[in-house]
Design a protein around this ligand. Structure first.
Ligand SMILES: C[S@@+](CC[C@H](N)C(=O)[O-])C[C@H]1O[C@@H](n2cnc3c(N)ncnc32)[C@H](O)[C@@H]1O
Length: 326
């Protein structure tokens, strides 16, 4: 994720000036990502989340003849790629694709893969995409508005179990029973159609004491949960990681930036499994029965330093993990 401002980051050695593809947008943990990927001349890298192309540009500029295949499921990413297409010609290609379908892609022989998960500032800040209740707009929330149901229709038709998963699991809402009940009761009234009314339905369902204690708007986490459900975000990550790993050359690097624990959990588990480490506290597989396919490059996830935090508040929740395929 990224947002406005310009910055220089010093990581160990020389300062790195963050390169921006679209004015006002800047990639998160750029220096750290580049240090892990460290593309050699001629390397082939997949950027699974093109967004505004900030990471892609830095990768293309990092060494001679590096090529990048980028993916984004949001058709609005395509016009943002025009500058890179004209600057780098055949070294750069953007494919209009959900990374959850990476398994269908012919692209292989990769030296590096990057996932910078979640939504972009472009999506959050474009009010009519319906990601935020700060602007009243149709409650859409789809990263790819050409497929699936907008949130408004999804909320009208989802089973109770699907709503519980969105509100309790993905939204981590304490009062999930009340919120799910309120969403079901609001069906057919038009109150699920627009972001402002939807936020009100949610906020009204949450007890006043909980609302007072919370530092964030009561609808924030629920909007996140509904967005994750509408876009099948966790399912896409779970499908994409093995497909990306399979496409890596031996010695290739997989790098993932996540922004909340729900995204980070499948990443952490996948990394641990590939590195031959216990996946969780209950994993009692004897060590000699564990296969190791990769080595970890980050013992603990890397987080943003003070300089980046001071100019890019959205970097505060970013966690970067990397591994190298053996
Ligand atoms: C945080 S932004 C990436 C920013 C980018 N690294 C940059 O420097 O500009 C995430 C992007 O990934 C895209 N995205 C999220 N999930 C996706 C998926 N399953 N398949 C393809 N693109 C996805 C979003 O549409 C968004 O444009």
């Amino acid at each position: 994720m990224f947002c406005g401002g310009a910055a220089t980051i010093a990581l160990g050695g020389d300062p790195i000036v963050l390169t921006m593809t679209t004015p006002g947008h800047q990639p998160v943990l750029l220096a750290e990502v580049m240090e892990l990927l460290a593309p050699r001349p001629g390397a082939k890298v997949l950027d699974a989340t093109f967004g505004g192309g900030g990471h892609t540009r830095a990768i293309l500029e990092s060494a001679a003849e590096v090529s990048v295949v980028a993916l984004d499921r949001d058709p609005a990413a395509l016009p943002r790629s025009a500058g890179l297409a004209s600057a780098f010609g055949e070294r750069f290609q953007l494919i209009d694709r959900d990374f959850g379908r990476l398994g269908e892609l012919e692209t292989g022989g990769l030296d590096g893969v990057l996932f910078d998960l979640g939504v972009s500032s472009f999506q959050l800040d474009t009010g009519d995409r319906g990601f935020s209740f700060r602007v009243d707009a149709p409650a859409d929330m789809r990263m790819d508005p050409r497929s699936g149901l907008p949130a408004s229709q999804w909320l009208e038709t989802a089973t109770e179990e699907m709503l519980v998963r969105a509100v309790r699991n993905w939204g981590e809402e304490k009062s999930w029973r009340r919120v799910v009940r309120a969403l079901i009761d609001a069906r057919g009234t038009g109150r699920l159609a627009r972001t402002a009314a939807l936020a009100e339905v949610i906020a009204d369902a949450i007890p006043a004491a909980q609302r007072r204690q919370s530092k964030i708007h009561p609808a924030t986490r629920n909007f996140q949960g509904i967005r994750i459900a509408v876009n099948d975000e966790i399912g896409a990550i779970e499908r994409a990681l093995p497909a990306a790993f399979e496409r890596l050359n031996s010695g290739g690097v997989l790098v993932v930036i996540s922004f909340h624990s729900l995204e980070d959990r499948p990443v952490k588990q996948f990394f641990r499994r590939q590195c031959g480490q216990p996946v969780g506290a209950k994993d009692s597989t004897p060590q000699d029965l564990r296969a190791q396919f990769a080595e970890p490059l980050t013992r603990k996830p890397i987080t943003a330093g003070d300089i980046e935090l001071s100019h890019n508040p959205r970097s505060r929740s970013a966690k970067l993990r990397g591994l190298r395929k053996l």
